[in-house]
Design a protein around this ligand. Structure first.
Ligand code: CA
Length: 244
């Protein structure tokens, strides 16, 4: 009797399984509907992340083939709270959407990090002696300026580390006249990681400079990825910064 019950259960599972197979055979029809909704594009910025613009249509990029219809979706910027979205956009249903107030906002763009506006040396953040965490390149060619005071003569190291989502950058260290807010000579620079392999131990940029006691220096960090503005709905490139 017990055996029979098990057999019935197995049969029920088999029937459910058959139902799935039947549904699967309907897919060609569903695909025909999706073809009507193919997403036109002029650049890959018009396509969802993981899809490229090919022949005027969004198509899977190199990598694992996404589910059918995936590339026909409009790109969106994912969010958890409004602070994940650019100014003029709200987080609704985990997607950044225009708040409706003019002018229309590009809600694919990343919001600036907490160090903005630091795009010039006169609006630079100040290095207070502890690492500055969660810098981001929220726009193409973003520049981050940081001023640092040097108490003693030493070789100062400026390091960006904990690189996330593929930032490429250059670091430039300038002498700085704080009283007149003028840049002096370039005293240190780098535009490559400390070693070539793309491993966590190599993904560090490090520039050094001989600095003087009671000096002020301006450190300029420049986004060198060449990522077009608007491509930022892909995870935003981030880095942490320390000086010692
Ligand atoms: Ca900046």
């Amino acid at each position: 009797m017990k055996m029979l019950r098990w057999s019935t259960a197995a049969l029920a599972l088999f029937v459910v399984g058959c139902g799935n197979v039947e549904e699967a055979t309907l897919e060609p029809e569903a695909m025909a509907t999706q073809e009507a909704g193919l997403r036109a594009c002029s650049t890959s910025l018009d396509c969802v992340s993981g899809c490229n613009c090919s022949g005027g249509l969004c198509a899977p990029a190199i990598g694992p083939t996404p589910p059918a219809g995936y590339c026909d979706q409009a790109p969106v910027r994912a969010c958890t709270t409004g602070s994940d979205c650019a100014s003029g956009c709200n987080c609704v249903g985990n997607v950044c959407v225009d708040s409706g107030f003019s002018p229309p906002a590009n809600c694919l763009l990343a919001p600036p990090d907490s160090y903005e506006s630091d795009n010039t040396h006169t609006t630079a953040s100040s290095y207070m002696g502890t690492p500055q965490l969660n810098h981001s390149f929220h726009r193409q060619n973003d520049v981050d300026w940081v001023l640092v005071a040097t108490p003693i003569n030493q070789v100062m190291t400026v390091e960006t580390y904990n690189l996330r989502n593929g930032p490429w950058m250059s670091i430039d260290i300038y002498a700085y006249n704080y009283a007149t807010r003028t840049l002096g000579t370039l005293v240190g620079s780098t535009s490559s990681t400390i070693c070539a392999p793309i491993t966590p131990s190599c993904l560090i940029y490090r520039a050094t400079a001989n600095v003087v006691a009671n000096g002020v220096y301006a450190v300029k960090i420049t986004d060198t990825r060449g990522q077009p503005a608007g491509d930022d709905y892909t995870p935003t490139a981030k880095y942490d910064l320390k000086m010692y």
